[in-house]
Write a protein that binds this ligand. Structure first.
Ligand SMILES: NC(=O)c1ccc[n+]([C@@H]2O[C@H](COP(=O)([O-])OP(=O)(O)OC[C@H]3O[C@@H](n4cnc5c(N)ncnc54)[C@H](OP(=O)(O)O)[C@@H]3O)[C@@H](O)[C@H]2O)c1
Length: 228
């Protein structure tokens, strides 16, 4: 059994990724910051549940301790929790966006490393964004060029860079970042754009199910590697 933790899995892409990985036979833990929403999602999926707020060290440690006690290891970690944070462009909003989308990756990865090291094929997937690609935001032919999402883009650039840095620092563990494709979720609801989570979660599932010889330190979408 492959033991998998997905952060922010009570809805959207995380929820659909959990559904698809359960279908493939993974033992999935739905991580959610809200107990009621998380338990409801986990029950609907037939998954495990851990309360996990990526901005809260105590919550993150407790979630990984629960999985460690129950499973003894972690095979797949999906950093999926994220916020858009486009309400304002100011210090408090910037702290919140970076805390959730970038610092949260450090918190959860550091807490998960001891359990990942006990896996025979440890894999970490970061649901980043091409809005954090310097190539895409500087390319007038790309939709990211026109996105007025300074904090989100900057935090996702950091998320991708953290993935690359972890890949270099932890050669025994695969770390890959991805752009899932524009998806109709609560995150994008205000724009009324995107395809179904079913299609986009396939990109996450592909990188979450890499074999031992799979790539590490890459940034990919459904067509392959995305320029940085
Ligand atoms: N949708 C797109 O087009 C798109 C494109 C590129 C990348 N992405 C990325 O895909 C990921 C999933 O987004 P989505 O589109 O599925 O959006 P979503 O439906 O809004 O889901 C976001 C999830 O993150 C959770 N979350 C937020 N803050 C958290 C925290 N502090 N601790 C733990 N969980 C937290 C949310 O929980 P609550 O229910 O408690 O708020 C929710 O479960 C994000 O990282 C996003 O940046 C999405």
């Amino acid at each position: 059994m492959t033991v998998t933790l997905i952060t922010g899995a009570n809805k959207g892409l995380g929820f659909e990724t959990a559904r698809q990985l359960l279908e493939l036979g993974h033992t999935v833990y739905v991580g959610a910051r809200d107990i009621e929403r998380g338990e409801k999602a986990a029950a609907a999926l037939g998954a495990g549940f851990v309360q996990l707020d990526v901005t809260d060290d105590v919550s993150v440690s407790a979630a990984l301790a629960t999985i460690g006690a129950a499973e003894g290891r972690l095979d797949v970690l999906v950093h999926n929790a994220g916020i858009l944070g486009n309400e304002a462009l100011d210090g408090p909003t910037a702290l919140r966006v970076f805390d959730t989308n970038a610092v949260g990756i450090v918190r959860v990865t550091e807490a998960a490393l001891p359990l990942l090291r006990r896996s025979s094929n440890p894999t970490v997937v970061t649901v980043s964004s091409s809005a954090g690609s310097f190539w895409a935001v500087n390319n007038p032919d790309r939709p990211e060029y026109h996105l007025p999402l300074a904090l989100y883009s900057a935090a996702k650039a950091a998320a991708t860079m953290l993935t690359v840095q972890y890949a270099k620092a932890q050669p025994g563990i695969k770390f890959n970042a991805l752009e899932p494709g524009t998806t109709a979720t609560d995150l994008t609801a205000a724009f009324g754009i995107g395809r179904t989570p079913l299609e986009s979660a396939k990109v996450v599932v592909r990188l979450a199910t890499l074999g031992p010889d799979g790539p590490t330190g890459t940034f990919q979408d459904e067509d392959g590697e995305v320029p940085w």
